[in-house]
Design a binder for this molecule. Sequence first.
Ligand code: ATP
Length: 277
Amino acid sequence: MSTDTEELTPTTVDEFVEPGGSTLQAVGISAWFGNHKVLQRVSLTMSAGGVTALIGPSGCGKSTFLRILNRMHELVPSASLAGEVLLDGRDIYEQGRRITETRRRIGMVFQKPNPFPAMSIADNVTAGLKLTGAKASRSAKLDLVEQCLTKAGLWKEVRDRLRQPGGALSGGQQQRLCIARSLAVRPDVLLMDEPCSALDPTSTRRIEETIAELRAEVTIVIVTHNMQQAARVSQQCAFFLAEDGAPGEIVEAGPTEVMFANPVDPRTEDYVNGRFG
Ligand SMILES: Nc1ncnc2c1ncn2[C@@H]1O[C@H](COP(=O)(O)OP(=O)(O)OP(=O)(O)O)[C@@H](O)[C@H]1O
């Protein structure tokens, strides 16, 4: 053991050995819109430091499940749910738990990039701080802007125009700006709902690289219709299916390489090989 290692404080050692992010565990999640049941007892563990891809045909409940993971489902007036979502062992739906704190810890990136178009690139990154009530000096904010844009893989492209409006960026850059904005509040989990579906192949590649770089510090859950993308970016996959109008269920979940090369259920094999959906 080197002298350097011996001199590390316990806190510093923890930073080296612990994977980033938090473990998110869905336990027996069912969901409804009015009387229409769209998810049936879905359980899934999304481990710290990994990327989980949610795959399955249109309408099987992937986005609904994702929105349940950070309490966005309840924004729809007719929506209801049963089950638990444990963030590092504590239910985010527990009475008395603050929604704002849950949404800070579990961020969301949407299908269509949604920066504030008239707001500067720098202000877009720090926009979320106001919501969390965090106060930061001007120089701390500038540091944060650089840090988050670097992590989102956008810093080099925008460092000379931080005061220009976010809406002036390309679609792929806007999506990376949204990722930077999500990172500014230091989330433990990042939920991504088809983040590349509105982007060209080059921008898609760039976002996938960003996901690979981020996974060491943030737990990532991504909905994707693109099987190659699921295979490239995730370590775990969950295959959702809603058969014959029944509510969506997880048919199979497991390590991505097993799901693609040697799935247990023939329906998974048919889906990942493009035979339906
Ligand atoms: N706001 C809503 N109000 C009523 N029903 C809804 C609402 N959002 C989704 N649904 C229904 O819930 C079911 C699951 O939809 P969801 O969007 O979660 O599926 P999905 O697998 O993400 O689909 P896609 O891949 O097409 O995005 C569908 O039957 C859909 O019509």
